[in-house]
Design a protein around this ligand. Sequence first.
Ligand code: 2HG
Ligand code: ZN
Length: 474
Amino acid sequence: MADKQPVNSSRLPEAMGASLIELLGHERFLTDSHSLQHYGRDWTRFVAPAPSGVLLPNSIGEIQAIVHLARKYGAKLVPSGGRTGLSGGAMAAGGELVLSLERMRKISPINKAGRSVTCEAGAITAQIQQAAAEEGLMYPVDFASSGSSQIGGNIATNAGGIQVIRYGMTRDWVTGLKVVTGTSELLELNHGLIKNNTGLDFRHLFIGSEGILGVIVEATLALTDPPTNPRVMVLGIQSMPALMEVLAKCQTRLSVLAFEFFSDLALEKVTAAHSIQPPFQERFPYYALVEFESISTAAETQALELVEACMAAGWVEDAVLSQNESQRRSLWRLREDISETIAQWTPYKNDISTTVQQAPELLSSVDALVAQHYTDLDVVWYGHIGDGNLHLNILKPDGVSVGAFEERCKAVSAHLFTAVQNLGGSISAEHGVGLLKKEFLHFSRDEAEISLMRGIKAQFDPDGIFNPGKVFDA
Ligand code: 2HG
Ligand code: ZN
């Protein structure tokens, strides 16, 4: 861990501390060092937490009162959800107050006719999914951390996940938002409407804004039908070009729900850590995980024919198809457990994307850079390749300090992001910019755009109290 600075809980003006105690009581204004460490960080391990307090409001009114106090006393606020982020967007590393939404997790009854649900921002993603499932509906944005992530954080980072290829990103499912801005104003955006062409849609500014414009306090989400009989295939694959050929074939022949890939080292780490059987006796450089809807027996026949055709073409070496729900879940674990499994090596994360059609060029540029710069390090490849999104994790070797490791990886990132930029791609496909990717933002967004972003922040948060230093410097 890179805990460089001591936690400092004495940076608040005394009068503000007294007002916060009056508003929240000692139980909901925490300053003990355990709470500061716990709430002050997300899953990032390259920055040390150093908040000056943790606030646990129960209502929108309390949040507005907190923002009012922050303005009055010049304090800074870091909106905080399940803190499962990977770019430092929810880190409070500079004496800020953590504004946690965890006490605001109410989920209203499902609106069946309108196929929607309204929830407070602290609602856990998996609990929203569960509430929808109980009514025969589905909230389709899903990822490994859905059991602890909160919907407000998902929206603030426009979370993606494992079924974007079919259902899109969080942005596509938000029909209404309530937010509190840096002037403590409550804005009600789009009111859950499907149709509303009345000028600029501020809802979309807040989605993916990483907490720099204000705090999301409530959301209305659209729901859909769950897929019919989802089945999973894992395919052993020799090369990246073959992987892309298989993707094209799947897209034309199957009703695809997910198309993921992982490298052999990813599989090795997951199977070893969880004592699970690898899917094949033989090892292959890469594996594709394809989930599809098996609406009829014809769909299964089509899938088997597709695999045969891919084998005949030399793209697929071996294949396994789930025969029941428990096998489907076990196959998913091979992919979903990767991130958590490799966390023990303090991985340096790259989360890059291009258009799907340019993914082969992206993969070969990355391959060349890995061969040139990382021959002595373990590099774990995986990701949502059906969306053009690659997660490249470099594992820190024992005996190297976090700081030295980060510096080395950052130097390579400059080359990597140049390749991404040349393809018109993104340096952060789904994890966001936060603190960790801030210095690289210009590889994806030009000066004119960044300057407009600054102007927009100044409109919503004129005193700069929300999430300072995230995404860009003021
Ligand atoms: C995933 O796809 C998550 O599993 C995490 O986005 C990726 O840890 C990562 O690099
Ligand atoms: Zn991902």
